[in-house]
Design a protein around this ligand. Structure first.
Ligand code: NAD
Length: 495
């Protein structure tokens, strides 16, 4: 018998064993050893979870609540999550190996999302239409969709769940989440906190397991009204196809190959830190990684020298230590993938000026660590410049002027985020206008908030999370026409 922590599914307000009676090992990336077992759910579990969510949606305890009462419940959830933030952050670090400094900041920030959307719950107003039809009173209202399915990646499990869940619940929906098979534990613990905070059973259900076994039946379930997905292109396509087979809408938050552009008038110290934050924060395992560093030719040599000097100082080691700056990679498969890309970049002729292999430092133990790696003299047609690595590997590309920078920046299938480093306000605005990406950061990088829409252009996805408009991703509009006319007009023509 294994002495690993063993988790259960969470369905209809209580823990449930998986129908297939199987569990999957969840690994600690810092040690490379399993630390917990999570249920291997299947289609039967999905069906139970969706039925529970559908029943909760229709029940007076949730479906019958006034929006203000729903909002109050989200405030209570926020308070409960604030109490549990440290514990949840530690679980995430054990599961995905990201830094405690980052996961703790995320877990302490998460309650704000529930407060923001809780506050929005009773501010969604319909309209009275100034009808052009005589004798007609017409109004609109926004109604929830029903059961929403969330499918989440491993890199920021609770943060990315929250980006969907807070808006979906504020709108009055219920939810079934499938977390990543690599980092599920925090989501199960989250569901328990939510139940203890007084959210009715069935409002949030968790089914863990593999994409094809849980994600696909969930996305295709006839009683799921909408799918909200964050992850990679392959999973995104599979989920989108399943949703399409039932003609249901889906929002997709996918990958990126974001350009971080440094002009020759930039504040160099700030831009060096911005470049570091773009690629080495979260060990590069972030969709918004600034993995293409575009540097103006005239400052290239000095900038790269400063960048390498700074990157060399990054402390690697135990992600549970607040001093660590670069942690392990989340999975062994991902570790191999990053090393393969490093090899590809070398074969393509890029110059490796830092790192370029596994980290074999004593402080890295037996974990899956890759050295912070910088490739210089990359051209934008190389695979290392076009494909998402999802690791601490930076490609430096030079450009001559603004037009050249824009051309290179936009020459990608992705369009999630961009960085612009300049002290020229006019340039900051015009360059931001010309970049094909959902977010542009000027003289900063990796800033996100519950108030600010987040999402991609092009193949980085569609739909937006966060910000006031995000609630409309989980609502549908009803138009009510009421006749006040004395007589029924000619029934054979359109009113
Ligand atoms: P992934 O696509 O492998 O997995 C994401 C989720 O989809 C997991 O829960 C997984 O089990 C599920 N899944 C995978 N295949 C599936 C299938 N066939 N059917 C149904 N579900 C399936 O992604 P990942 O490796 O966990 O995360 C990394 C990816 O996520 C990167 O590409 C990254 O850019 C992207 N990401 C995007 C954002 C964003 O907001 N745009 C944020 C974080 C991560």
């Amino acid at each position: 018998m294994s002495d690993l922590a063993r988790y259960n599914l969470f369905i209809n307000g209580e823990e449930a064993a998986p129908a297939g009676g199987e569990w999957i090992d969840s690994f600690n990336p810092y040690t490379g050893d399993p630390w917990a077992r999570i249920p291997r759910g299947n289609e039967t579990d999905v069906a139970r979870a969706v039925e529970a969510a559908d029943a909760a949606y229709r029940a007076p305890e949730w479906g019958g609540l006034k929006p203000s009462t729903r909002g109050n419940l989200l405030y209570k959830l926020a308070d409960a999550l604030a109490q549990e933030a440290d514990r949840l952050a530690e679980i995430e670090v054990r599961d995905n190996g990201k830094l405690i400094a980052e996961m703790s900041a995320q877990c302490h920030y998460i309650p704000q999302f529930y407060r923001y959307f809780g506050g929005l719950a009773d501010k969604v107003e319909g309209a009275v239409i100034p009808s052009d039809k005589p004798g007609m009173f017409t109004y609109t209202k926004h109604e929830p969709l029903g059961v929403v399915a969330g499918i989440i990646p491993w890199n920021s499990p609770l943060f990315l769940l929250t980006w969907k869940l807070a808006a979906a619940l504020a709108a009055g929906n219920t939810f079934v989440v499938k977390p990543s098979e690599h980092a599920s534990a925090s989501t199960i613990e989250f569901a328990k906190v939510m139940a203890e905070a007084g959210l009715p059973p069935g409002v949030l259900n968790v089914v863990t397991g593999y994409g094809p076994e849980v994600g696909e039946p969930l996305a295709g379930h006839p009683k799921v009204a909408k799918v909200a997905f964050t992850g990679g292109e392959m999973g995104g396509k599979a989920v989108y196809t399943k949703a399409a087979s039932e003609l249901k809408p889906a929002t997709l938050e996918l990958g990126g190959k974001s350009p971080n552009i440094v002009f020759d008038d930039a504040d160099m110290d700030g831009a060096v830190k911005g470049a570091i934050s773009g690629i080495f924060a979260a060990t590069g395992q972030t969709c918004i990684a600034g993995s293409r560093l575009l540097v103006q030719e005239s400052i290239h040599d000095e900038f790269v020298e400063r960048l390498v000097d700074f990157a060399k100082t990054a402390q690697m080691g135990d992600p549970m230590s607040f001093d660590t700056q670069v942690g392990p990679v989340t999975t062994q498969a991902q570790y191999q993938k990053i090393l393969n890309y490093i090899q590809i970049a070398k074969e393509e002729g890029a110059d490796c000026v830092l790192g370029g292999g596994p980290a074999e430092r004593p402080e890295c133990g037996s974990g899956w660590f890759v050295e912070p790696t910088i490739f210089d003299n990359v051209t934008n047609d190389m695979r290392i410049a076009q494909e998402e690595v999802f690791g601490p590997v930076l490609s430096v590309i030079t450009f001559t002027d603004e037009d050249d920078a824009i051309r290179i920046a936009n020459d990608t299938i992705y369009g999630l985020a961009s960085g612009v480093w300049t002290q020229n306000v006019k340039r900051a605005i015009t360059v931001s206008d010309r970049l094909e990406s959902g977010m542009v950061w000027v003289n900063t990088y990796r800033a996100v908030s519950y108030m600010s829409p987040f999402g991609g252009y092009k193949r980085s996805g569609h739909g937006r999370e966060n910000g006031q408009d995000a609630i409309y991703e989980f609502l549908q509009t009803k138009t009510v026409w009421m006749s006040t006319a004395e007589e029924v007009p000619n029934p054979f023509v359109l009113r």
